[in-house]
Design a binder for this molecule. Structure first.
Ligand SMILES: O=P(O)(O)OC[C@H]1O[C@](O)(COP(=O)(O)O)[C@@H](O)[C@@H]1O
Ligand SMILES: [Mg+2]
Ligand SMILES: [Mg+2]
Length: 336
């Protein structure tokens, strides 16, 4: 098999041929998601010229003010996927409840979940943003589809990925057989395989956390970051660098490319809220990608992919990336 210049379509077909583990319907679904991402990428690129920047006059179910692009990206994903025959229903960070494929369209066996536009605060300042997606299989024990069908642990995902709209538009994908990266070739109009078997180094000297929340953190996170900040004179014996883009997609992409640890921990501002990030649309797909690349993802206490979701819009504390660092901060959470 040629390692370079192969399209997403050919990659998926060849994966399917190699061990039969990508069913045809799943392959089609992923191609439709990729096509939708291409279209979102175009809208993002146009910026002010397309009238897509700025805030819409609405709030989502999480009480967050929606940007125009949040709404556009959500609609693009729904319209692209609803008639293809591979889906039973979709769920999105931007919608209150699940979107069941209307019965005028053929029904499929998969469930698609997405954060249509991640890093919304970066849209208007021309910083990388992205789309995150996760695919589950609909349980077969009953006809129709309901919200409870989506409440499966991340370990049950059959595909997960994101598309980053940055200097390049790049799709990063796993179907449970490692992580592959595809770069959008705008002249050809297709995603071309540019990296396979992405591996996150187990050690790193780079962390990503919103430092402005420091005073609200729990003791184990504070200890971990304090030790990083102490640098070569501290217990870690090395200097750390810090990055925070405020787009999970972009921070995770950097970690997949060169290692690092990303933390968005629980904090004391809203003690009843497990974290800021969304389990089903952000943490699960990113955690599976990271694990597939040899990294680790926990909420400080348990593997994110083992968490049984209680509700669709569930939040979670997230620590992911280079294995030895995530292991360390998770260990700091152990009761003495
Ligand atoms: O401003 P903060 O709290 O640092 O937020 C950054 C985090 O919030 C998010 O932007 C949430 O994503 P949305 O843009 O999809 O709401 C994450 O991507 C990111 O890690
Ligand atoms: Mg997001
Ligand atoms: Mg979003």
């Amino acid at each position: 098999m040629t390692q370079h210049k192969i399209s997403l379509t050919r990659y998926l077909v060849e994966q399917q041929r190699a061990d039969g583990h990508i069913p045809g319907q799943l392959r089609l679904l992923l191609e439709v998601v990729a096509r939708a991402c291409k279209s979102i990428s175009q809208a993002v690129n146009k910026g002010d010229l397309g009238g897509v920047l700025g805030t819409a006059e609405s709030e989502n179910v999480q009480g967050e003010v929606q940007k125009k692009l949040d709404i556009i990206a959500n609609e693009v994903l729904i319209e692209a996927n609803e008639w293809g025959g591979h889906l039973a229903a979709m769920a999105s960070e931007e919608m209150d409840s699940i979107y069941v494929v209307p019965n005028r369209y053929p029904q499929g066996e998969y469930l698609l979940l997405f954060d249509p536009l991640d890093g919304s605060s970066n849209i208007d300042v021309n910083v990388s943003i992205g789309t995150i997606f996760s695919v589950l299989k609909k349980p077969e024990d009953h006809p129709g589809v309901q919200e409870a069908d989506f409440l499966q642990a991340g370990a049950k995902q059959v595909a997960a990925g994101y598309c980053i709209y940055g200097p390049q538009t790049t799709l990063v994908l796993t179907v449970g057989d490692g992580v592959a990266m595809f770069t959008l070739d705008r002249e050809q109009g297709s995603f071309v395989l540019t990296k396979e078997n992405i591996q996150i180094p187990a050690d790193t000297k780079e962390f990503a956390i919103n430092m402005s929340n420091m005073r609200h953190w729990d003791a184990p996170v504070k200890r971990y970051i304090d030790e990083c900040l102490a640098g070569s004179e501290g217990p870690r014996g090395k200097d750390f660098n810090m990055r925070w883009i405020a787009s999970m997609v972009t921070d995770v992409h950097r970690i997949l490319m060169r290692g690092g640890i990303f933390l968005y921990p629980w904090d004391k501002r809203e003690p009843g809220k497990p974290g800021k990030l969304r389990l089903m649309y952000e943490a699960n797909p990113m955690s599976w990608l990271v694990e597939q690349a040899g990294g680790m993802a926990t909420n400080g206490r348990e593997r994110i992919l083992d968490i049984a979701p209680g509700k669709l819009h569930e939040r979670v504390s997230v620590m992911l990336g280079s294995k030895n660092e995530v292991e360390r901060v998770t260990r700091y959470h152990d009761p003495l």
